[in-house]
Structure formats: C-alpha cells, structure tokens
Design a protein around this ligand. Sequence first.
Ligand code: PGA
Length: 283
Amino acid sequence: MKKAHSVQRRISRSRTAVQRQAHAAPNVVRDRQYVVAANWKMNLTVPDATLLAEKYSAMDVPRSVTTVVCPSFTALIPVRDKIAGTGLNLGAQDVFWETLGAYTGEVSADELLSIGCRYVIIGHSERRRESGETDQIVNRKVFTALGHHLSPILCVGESLEERSMRHHLFTVMRQVQRGLHNVPPPRKGQELVIAYEPIWAISPGGPATPHDAHEMAHMIQHALVDLFGERIVRESTRVLYGGNVTPDNVGTFVDGEFVHGVLVGKDSLKVELFSAILNALKR
Ligand code: PGA
C-alpha cells in the first residue's frame, strides 16, 4: 500500500513537471512542410497495393506537404515503381535493428534503402501489442534507422486506461525518452518524425480531440529540444498526430505550430479520402 502511494506520488510529480514543460515548450517548427504518412498496414495484396499506388500517383499533392506511402514489405517494390517521379516518398512499416546476418524473416535497413525507402515506421502500437515490442527494441530500431540514412517515424501513445488514470503525459514522455535514448541526431537529408497516436484513438476508436493532440505534441517537441537542441528540432524533426484522421478533422489537428502532419491508416486506403486529407493541408 505504502509502495503504491509512493509510485502514485512519483507519477503525479512527473505529471506536474510534464505539464509545466508543456507550457514552456518553444515553438520552433512553424513554417516547414507538413508530413502526411499513409500507413496501409496489412490490408492489401500486392495487386491491390499496386493499383492503389497507381491511383496515388495521379493525385494532386500540395507543395506544402511531404507525402510518405508505407505498404507492406511485399508491395514496396511495385509501389515504388508506380510512384517513381511523382514526389511521393516510400516508407516501410518496420525494420530490424541488426544490419546483417542470420535473422530469418527480418528486414534490414540496408535492404530497405537499397529499394528506395526513405522512411520507416517504428514502434507502432499494433507492433508493441501484437509482437511484444518494448521501448528498448524500439530504441534499437530507431538507432539503426538513423545510422542508415532512413528517417524513422517513431510511434508513441497511451492506452485508454493510462489516459483515464491521467498518466498519459507521463507514459508518452517515457516512450519518447526511452525510444530516443542515446540515438544520434538526424543527419542532413534525414528527419526524425514522432507520431503521437493514442491507442484508443486509432480506428475503429477515436479520434482524440485537437486539444489532446496539441498538448501532447507540445510536450514532445519540448522533449526533442531537450535531447537535440533547437536547431536540430527546427530543421530535422516533426511531430504528427495519428488516430482516425479524416478529411473533415485533419485541419483541426494540424496547426503547424506543434502538430506538423498526420499518420493516416483507414482513410489512406481510399484515394479520394487520402487526397482530400492532403488538400486540406494546402497553404
Ligand atoms: P487509423 O490508423 O487512421 O485507421 O486510425 C492510424 C494508425 O494506426 O497509424
């Protein structure tokens, strides 16, 4: 009982510190391009993914948006071929932390780079849940991606239970700090993208409120400044929101101040919806 109280006290102390930080966080990334990443998850066969990529390649993408398409490993090459020359970027949904060797079933950063991937999603809550990915595993993957010219999209987010106990700020702060522990800063041409995706907000749940997203993004940006300094944050990092993003709500999440784009699951599977999301971010 005594122990439970002291843990509770520690958490609420951290929460207060986190809330204080959230108010003090500088706004350092205002005028940069938005990032919109399409996470197709495990929803499409290779022919279906190829067809969707073909439709994507005909979209009118606003100049204010950097778009990243993340199909399954099996569809990376045909999707790359369809989007070649369009300005759309290729991303993978995962990467292994080791770089070479006897790791059956895994895919390395060099393998991804060699087929033209620039981004990689790391630590999605579905991988944390279904494949037991811990913050330590996530950290090794982010480290490897940054060391191999890939731009990680590191996913963080709290469960509904953590939010209802008001531990969400603490949980996400811990995921960010552990996920980025000792990683090198992004180099020229690389970005470090953090996607705040509350688990309860991912469809069929959610979405979160814009206030939830802005508050957390503000705090994450502050943590990034602490880790890398303002210049790196301004030039090479982005914070996204993810969780049931639609054409109707995307504009309420992306404020350019703390939320610099979105990670889209369900609505990235229909080109009309995804294109409407991109166009809502036209400046
Ligand atoms: P959703 O998925 O847009 O379908 O909620 C987002 C994600 O899990 O990346």
